[in-house]
Structures are given as C-alpha cells and as structure tokens.
Design a binder for this molecule. Structure first.
Ligand code: ATP
Ligand code: MG
Length: 426
C-alpha cells in the first residue's frame, strides 16, 4: 500500500519552504510597519458563520465547504476564508469598544475549499489577509490596497496590475439589482441552473459566473457604476484620490464583482499580467464590507480587507522568472579529517551557531574529499578544514568559496574572522 497527499493539497518540501519563509518574512515586516497585528483564529468555525457572512448563493458556500458534524452533533466547517472568523472575533471580544479604531488585524494560515484541482487552485491553500474594522475613511481603503501591492513589490513581482470598482451602498445595489433582474429575466432560460437561482436571490452573482461569462447579455448588463448614489460615487472618488496620492496605478473595471456576498463600496483585485501565468490571474482580492459585523450579531461597524494566497504569489514569481532573495545560505561547513578533528568540529559548530553563524558538519563518516563535495552542494560560503596539523597549531584552514582564498585562522579568532567576512558579504 502506498500513500499520496490528498488531492488538491501539497507537501512543501525543503528548498521550497525557504521561499515560503521569505514571503512570510516580507509579510511580517510589512504588517509591522503598517501596524496590522496578527490574529490567530481556529481552523474551523460553526458552519452558520460562513453561510451568514460569505453568503448562501456563493460558490464557496454552495460547493466548496468542508463541512462536518462533530461528535456533539454540531455542524462545523473548515474555514474557507479568513474574514468571517476575524469579524466574529472582533465582535466576540468587543474590539469595537477599543478607543483605537479601526482595529487593524492580519493573519496567515491555511484555508480549505473543495475545488476542482488545477494550477493555482488547491483544496488547502495559505492565505495572508488583513482586516481594518471600525472605519469608513476612504484613506484606509487606499492603505489596505497599498499594503497588498507592497507585498508583491517586495517579493519582486513587476507584472501586476490593480483593478478596482465600487459596489456602492445599499441604495445603489437595490437599484442596480432591479435593473439586473429586468435585464436577465427574459433570457434566463439560456443560463446555467446556478444563474437561474441567482436571479431571484442575488442577481449580481450572475456577473461572476464562470460558466456563462461569454453570454452576450453579460457584456450589455447594467453596470453598477451607473447606479452609484451621490455619496457612494464621492466615496469612490476619494479612494481613487488617495491611490493617486500614494502613486498607485489602477484600472477601473465596472464588471468587477467579488466572489463573496459581504462586499460593498470598494472592491479590488490584483492580477498577474505575466505571460504564461495561465487562466487564473487573480493574485489577491479584497474590498469593503460595511455591515458585516451587524450581520453576525455585533454593532454596525465598517470594515475593509483583502486576502491573497502564497501559492499564487509564488506561481506569479515563477511566471515572471523571478526568484526570491533567500537568506538560507550556509555560512560555514567544517571539514574534519580524523576523529580528533571531528570532536573539535562539533565544538566549533556549536560555538558558531550560538553566534548566529549557520554551520554544518559531516555526520556520515565521509572522507575529506566527499566532505568538500557536500560543502559545495550546500553552497557553503566558507569551508573550514581541520586536520592533525591544525589541531596541533590551534588554527583552522579557512577557505572563502567565492574567491578561493585560503587562510590559517587561530581558533580563538574564528568567530570574529567569520563575522567580519560574513558581515561584509551581507
Ligand atoms: P477565484 O475567482 O480564483 O476562485 P475567489 O474569488 O474564490 O478566487 P477569494 O475568496 O477572494 O478568491 O480569495 C482571495 C485570494 O485567495 C485569491 O485571489 C487567490 O489568491 C487565493 N485563492 C482563492 N482560492 C484559492 C485556491 N483554491 N487555491 C489557491 N489560492 C486561492
Ligand atoms: Mg474561488
């Protein structure tokens, strides 16, 4: 019997995991300077939380949730996204009572969706997301977008574009909804069964349909932007003004509707424009969700956030032929030529490590030549050679691999010597 990872999941192997750590480091550093504190919520929540907030008519709720009953008969669901839980936590822990509004939160963790497996689409994937809850200042919309853009920029992506839209307020949506029903109703028989049920429940969802996107009525559908109320239009104008202020370029796409029900006002996506990225080009999606706190039992608070998967970020890097600047290099490999040297190697490796110098030694009883090869494979910056003579003289032969330069360094000077050299390389 042999086992494989479950469909739609993957092992992140050594080598690959260094890239994840680098991306997570970029994320952590940005969240620190933007001040989005980390929040960690459970991997599963009551099913009702997601049907309520994500929305009954969405693909996520209708087709993609991992829902199960626990031994106590509760219906639970592995979280398919992060916003619902963060907003639940904001309400549950009365964060709305804090004087520091908006509350700015971030998370990184696995999400679960039962999806058809394809490139860039997994059943377990890791999302980084932020939420700013408790402010309806358009400047925070721009801040959230700016943070997402910075992640991609710092990761080294250049072929990306930001697409924004406004979904307006309730009045906007009510008027638009009536126009959509009038538009699609006469020909609804030509649409998929999902769209047919969306017509009555949430006709906006029709525009997001993956099956019927080529139907001619899609292109001529009434545009939400034409129904924006005066205040919703003013809000959108301010968001754009702040993006201009930050020097962030964007396209306005009046057909952009997000896949989850809770959005209003600002909606945005960041896409990869790299050729060869494939069919799925969205790297990040986000938007405003005023009223979601109320929907799940709290006071009315405005909120905005985004989510991006690390998987798609890494795919986009690959498509652009870019590699991350990884800090996982081996500083020094210690080659030991005999038993006595091995003992010294163990001791030195330990000393180096306590000083923050990454050190490796041989644990496979290899001959000197094989140890040198191992050092090469591990791309050690320095190789330190210990033999009988070296032990007698209390020195190590230190070879700098980049230059080929070799030098005898006293044991007592090794740490400073390496720190100096490594500092210079950084
Ligand atoms: P799509 O239209 O691609 O299905 P979505 O609207 O379902 O996306 P969101 O729920 O907004 O996506 O999630 C935000 C981000 O999470 C996406 O832009 C993408 O980067 C990532 N994402 C969503 N689903 C998956 C998945 N199955 N595998 C990997 N990443 C995903
Ligand atoms: Mg989806």
């Amino acid at each position: 019997m042999s086992f494989k990872v479950p469909r739609g999941t993957q092992d992140i192997l050594p080598g690959e995991s260094a890239k994840w750590q680098r991306v997570e480091e970029i994320i952590r550093d940005l969240c620190r300077v933007y001040r989005y504190d980390e929040i960690r919520t459970p991997m599963f929540e009551s099913t009702e939380l997601f049907t309520r907030s994500v929305g009954e008519t969405t693909d996520v709720v209708q087709k993609e949730m991992y829902t199960f009953e626990d031994r106590g008969g509760r219906s639970l669901t592995l979280r398919p996204e992060g916003t619902a839980a963060v907003v639940r936590s904001y309400v549950e822990h009365k964060m709305f009572g804090s004087p520091d509004q908006p509350v700015k939160l971030s998370y990184v963790g696995p999400m679960f969706r039962y999806e058809r497996q394809q490139a860039g689409r997994y059943r377990q994937f890791v999302q980084f997301g932020v939420e700013a809850i408790g402010s309806d200042d358009p400047a925070i919309d721009a801040e959230v977008i700016s943070l997402a853009m910075d992640v991609y920029e710092q990761a080294g992506l250049t072929d990306i574009k930001l697409v924004i839209n406004s979904l307006g307020d309730k009045e906007t949506r009510d008027n638009h909804r009536a126009a959509l029903v009038a538009h699609f109703e006469p020909a609804i028989g030509e649409f998929c069964s999902d769209c047919q049920s969306r017509l009555a429940k949430n006709p906006l969802r029709i525009l997001d349909c993956k099956k019927d996107h080529a139907h001619p009525l899609m292109a001529t559908a009434p545009k939400l932007t034409d129904y924006l109320t005066e205040s919703a239009a003013a809000y959108f104008a301010d968001v754009k003004m702040y993006l201009d202020t930050l020097g962030i370029a964007y396209e306005v796409d009046p057909n952009l509707v997000r896949g989850l029900d809770y959005y209003n006002h600002t909606a945005f996506e960041i896409m990869s424009t790299a050729s060869g990225f494939g069919a799925i080009t969205t790297l990040c999606g986000g938007g405003r969700y005023n009223g979601l706190t109320k929907e799940i039992g709290g006071p009315d608070a405005a909120g905005i956030g985004f989510a991006m998967s690390i998987e798609r970020l890494l795919l986009a890097l690959e498509a652009e032929g870019k590699s991350l600047d990884l800090h996982n290099a081996l500083d020094v490999y210690i080659v030991a030529m005999d038993e006595a040297a091995k003992v010294k190697a163990v001791e030195l490796a330990s000393t180096f490590r306590t000083k923050g110098i990454a050190a490796e030694i041989d644990y496979a009883q290899r001959k000197m030549k094989a140890q040198m090869k191992a050092a090469d494979r591990l791309q050690a910056k320095f190789v330190l050679i210990l033999g009988e003579t070296e032990l007698q003289q209390q020195v190590a032969a230190v070879k700098e691999m980049a230059t080929g330069e070799q030098q005898a360094v006293a044991f007592s000077d090794l740490v400073t010597y390496l720190q100096d050299k490594l500092g210079g390389q950084a």
